[in-house]
Design a protein around this ligand. Structure first.
Ligand SMILES: [Zn+2]
Length: 274
């Protein structure tokens, strides 16, 4: 992906879907990327709301669970996503950040019969992480992000960081703590930042496959296997993103003549090398 004239484009220059939001004012010189969850029903419903003047809110982009991208505001224009916020001694993140909304229902409610969105739709247990938010508050359920959504977000974030030389990637919860909890505990922020910013504060976690293991284009058995699949037992891997029980990995050696292999494997069949 690349940025042309402050619009997100594919490598061949084709512009991504653009639905202009009227909820914007002025220009910005972006320094940060701020991530959000929509807490909405679908990417489509969130786009429809964020282009409605009544919302008085917007974001530069919305990324769907299926990896679809809609851009709503040019990347050098001031969108209305962060509200009252502060980072590194400066207030009002809208003035110097790009905002991405990730389609995700956000906090979930546990009732008789399982987990539900706040508007009452049932959620499968396998899509729920039950934990306390890093900023405090009660034990809650949080809806996981899909593998393709995380992969798309990483590609978009990489293009933005490179093009605008962004300083960092932050959560709304980091710039408005106490007021906001998005993108929440289900977002793999540490590994995402390490991957996109190319920093790794911790020692890289190196794993090996414990069986001949299928490697896929997405986080689930419904996704296509890569041509190098299965990876031989004992193949060394670097985990870059975790999504539920799936792991996005870099393969650390040549397999069937191919180098720089990246894909998703099931976390049950890999073991950390200590
Ligand atoms: Zn937010």
């Amino acid at each position: 992906m690349k940025i042309l004239n402050h619009h997100l484009c594919d490598e061949d220059g084709t512009e991504c879907t653009f639905v202009k939001s009227p909820n914007q004012k002025g220009t910005i010189d972006p320094e940060y990327l701020v991530l959000h969850y929509t807490a909405g029903r679908s990417a489509e419903s969130s786009v429809n709301w964020l282009v409605n003047p009544a919302a008085a809110a917007s974001a530069h982009m919305v990324i769907g669970m299926d990896g679809s991208i809609s851009q709503l505001v040019a990347l050098n224009r001031r969108a209305w996503h962060a509200g009252k916020s502060r980072w590194d001694g400066k207030t009002g993140l809208n003035n110097f950040s790009i905002g991405i909304e990730l389609d995700n229902p956000g906090p979930l409610e546990k009732r008789v019969g399982g987990w539900f969105t706040i508007w009452g739709d049932p959620v499968n247990d396998s899509n729920v992480i039950e934990t306390v938010h890093k900023n405090g508050g009660p034990l809650k359920g949080w809806h996981t992000y899909s593998g393709i959504q995380l992969e798309t977000a990483a590609r978009v974030a990489s293009a933005l960081v490179r093009h605008y030389e962004l300083k960092d990637i932050l959560g709304h919860e980091d710039v408005a703590p106490g007021r906001k909890t998005d993108p929440g505990p289900a977002y793999p922020m540490d590994s995402f930042r390490a991957r996109v910013l190319g920093r790794n504060d911790d020692d890289p976690e190196v794993f090996k496959t414990t069986v001949n293991l299928n490697i896929r284009v997405g986080a689930g058995t419904q996704y296509k296997k890569l041509s190098v699949s299965p990876l031989p037992k004992g193949t060394k891997l670097d985990v870059v993103v975790k999504s539920g029980s799936w792991r996005l990995v870099d393969v650390l050696k040549k397999v069937k003549g191919e180098t720089d292999i990246q894909g998703w494997v099931h976390g049950r069949y890999i073991q950390e090398i200590v």
